[in-house]
Design a protein. Structure first.
Length: 304
């Protein structure tokens, strides 16, 4: 059996944490240990984790989170000096894993060999698992660094890293803190020439707490929401944080991707129609052609 260390971030999660912990205990792959970064819970989260620890034969460790947001919590766990070498899976506090989740991820990662590899999958989404509202998008284009610079293709709650990918991300450290941990893992591993293994089969139920949140990933609601963040300047801020982190760790990237990163950073300092040609030359793209075109237009206005 291959041991996997599961990294979970918690904060006041008692409403749904029990279901998630039960789904971890039901995994067909039994050789796991659970590390939890609790970011200041004031409800019964800690007590639930203690009860779970006594109910399973696997190791469960709970740490005080750094209270720097979700990305800071997960990166703190990943870069903990006592983290065992090997595979690493990421876990949210309110999802429900399907029993095959870890085993399926390992099967994919084993086929990648020694290359740093990041597994991710689609999800079922909804408010209650008995009535899923749909599945996360099925992306038409393969993952790549040119895509990762402006979009992430999967949530961190679906991600599992090979040992070499975990070592790579640990080498990058926790500073400077990127915008989102899952987007960062996609950027860094793709940029280093690693394999991004996108599984079309859902492996978990991703709990959405309000109907409108389902629109984050699909349809017109999603597009309005995304371009709202662009117009408000949030997206520009996220890209800047990611670029600072990538530039600090560019020695981990391939020569080709270092050049792409350099040209992208230079392109962001420009405005006007010439930016459109620059985007096309670099091959920057989102998964949809319309969104790629609209984002390139926003870049020409200096909003990216």
């Amino acid at each position: 059996m291959t041991q996997i260390t599961i990294l979970m971030g918690t904060r006041n999660g008692e409403a749904h944490l029990g279901e998630q912990l039960a789904s971890i205990a039901r995994q067909s792959h039994r050789d796991w240990q659970l590390w939890v970064g609790d970011d200041g819970s004031t409800d019964g989260t800690r007590a639930m984790l203690a009860t779970f620890s006594r109910s399973v034969p696997q190791t469960v460790r709970v740490f005080d989170g750094p209270r720097r947001g979700v990305a800071g919590n997960f990166l703190s766990l990943l870069c903990h000096p006592e983290l065992p070498e090997g595979h690493v899976a990421f876990c949210d506090q309110d999802d429900i894993w399907f029993p095959h989740r870890l085993r399926r991820a390992l099967d994919h990662l084993e086929r990648a060999g020694p290359t740093p590899a990041l597994y991710c999958s689609r999800t079922e989404v909804g408010e209650v698992p008995e009535k899923p509202l749909g599945t996360s998008p099925l992306w038409p284009r393969p993952p790549s660094f040119r895509n990762a610079l402006i979009q992430t293709v999967a949530g961190g709650n679906t991600m599992v890293m090979s040992p070499s990918a975990a070592a790579l991300t640990r080498a990058a450290g926790t500073e400077p803190l990127p915008a989102f941990h899952d987007w960062w893992f996609y950027q860094l591993i793709a940029g280093a020439g690693g394999a991004i293994l996108y599984d079309r089969q859902p492996t978990l139920f991703y709990r959405q707490h309000h109907h409108q949140q389902l629109g984050r990933n699909r349809g017109l609601v999603a597009r309005y929401a995304r371009f709202g963040t662009i117009w408000e300047g949030k997206y520009h801020h996220w890209i800047t944080r990611n670029l600072v982190a990538l530039q600090r760790n560019q020695h981990l990237l391939t020569e080709e991707n270092r050049a792409i990163l350099r040209d992208f950073a230079a392109l962001r300092r420009r405005k006007g129609v010439g930016v459109l040609a620059g985007w096309q030359k670099l091959g920057l793209h989102r998964q949809g052609r319309l969104e790629t075109a609209l984002m390139a237009g926003a870049a020409a206005l200096g909003r990216i």
